[in-house]
Design a protein around this ligand. Sequence first.
Ligand SMILES: NC(=O)c1ccc[n+]([C@@H]2O[C@H](COP(=O)([O-])OP(=O)(O)OC[C@H]3O[C@@H](n4cnc5c(N)ncnc54)[C@H](O)[C@@H]3O)[C@@H](O)[C@H]2O)c1
Length: 251
Amino acid sequence: MYNPFSLEGKTILVTGASSGIGRQCAIDCSKMGAKVVAIARNKERLAESLSMMEGDNACYSYDLQLIEGIKDLIDRIVSENGKLDGFIHAAGIEVTNPLKLTSHGDYENLYRVNCLSSFEIVKNLCGIKTFNKGGAIVLISSISGIIARKGLSAYAASKGALLSAARVMAMEMAPRGVRVNTVSPGTILTPMMQKALDEMQEDDRIKRVVGFPLGLGQTTDISNACVYLLSDASRWVTGQNLIVDGGFTAQ
Ligand SMILES: NC(=O)c1ccc[n+]([C@@H]2O[C@H](COP(=O)([O-])OP(=O)(O)OC[C@H]3O[C@@H](n4cnc5c(N)ncnc54)[C@H](O)[C@@H]3O)[C@@H](O)[C@H]2O)c1
C-alpha cells in the first residue's frame, strides 16, 4: 500500500520515552513500522512504554544530565542495534521561576537535559558508520523558544538554543542527506504540563487554557508531526521549525 509516511525498515532513537510526548513518539514510530530504541531514566516506566509499542524494540535507562557518558551510550546502542535512521529528542524538564529566583544551577540543569544532551547525541550518532544516509533528526523545542512567558527565562533559553543549533546542524549534515528539524509544541496535556498547570495561579491557568484557538493539544498531535519529519514524505524539509500549537502563535 502506498504510504509516504511509513517508517518501515528504519531504526529510531527516542529520548524521554518513558512519559508524555516521548512515550507517544516511541509508540507511534513503532506503529509506523520502525524499530524504536528508547531512552529514559525510569526503568519501570520505560518497560511500560516498551509494552505499548509494536514489534521488536529496545530500551536503555540513562540520566541525560550525564553528558560525559553519552558517547559510550551511543557506541553501545549502535553496536547492539546497528546503524540508526532517526532520532527524536523529547527528554526535557521545565522550571518555572521569576528571573530573580532562577539560579545558575537551574540554567545548568535545563541546558544539560533540554539541549546539551541532544547536541552530544547528534555529534556521536550522526557519523557515516552510525547513521544511515537519508536519516532524520527531530528535536522537540517549544513555543516558549519563540514567545515570552513570565517565569520561563531559563526554559525558554534552552528551547531557543535548540532552534538555532538545529538550523546549523541541518546545513552541516545536508551534504550527507541527513535532515534536522525542530517541532515546537504549544500546551500538550502530559505529566510535565499537568504539574506546571497545577503550580499556576488560578487566573494564569485559565488564561493559558483559553489562549489556544483549538484548545489544548494531545501527545499524538506532536508524535504525528515527528512521524512526518522522520519519514520520506519530508525528504526536502530541513532546518525548519514546525509549530504545532492549535493556532496560539498565529494570533
Ligand atoms: N507538554 C507540553 O505542553 C510541552 C510543550 C512544549 C514543549 N514540550 C517539550 O516536550 C518534551 C516532552 O515533554 P512532556 O510534556 O512529554 O514531559 P514529561 O515530563 O511527560 O516527559 C519528559 C521525559 O523526559 C525524560 N527526562 C527528564 N529528565 C531526564 C534526564 N535527566 N535523563 C533522561 N531522561 C529525562 C523523562 O524521563 C520523561 O520521559 C520536553 O522537551 C518539553 O520541554 C512539552
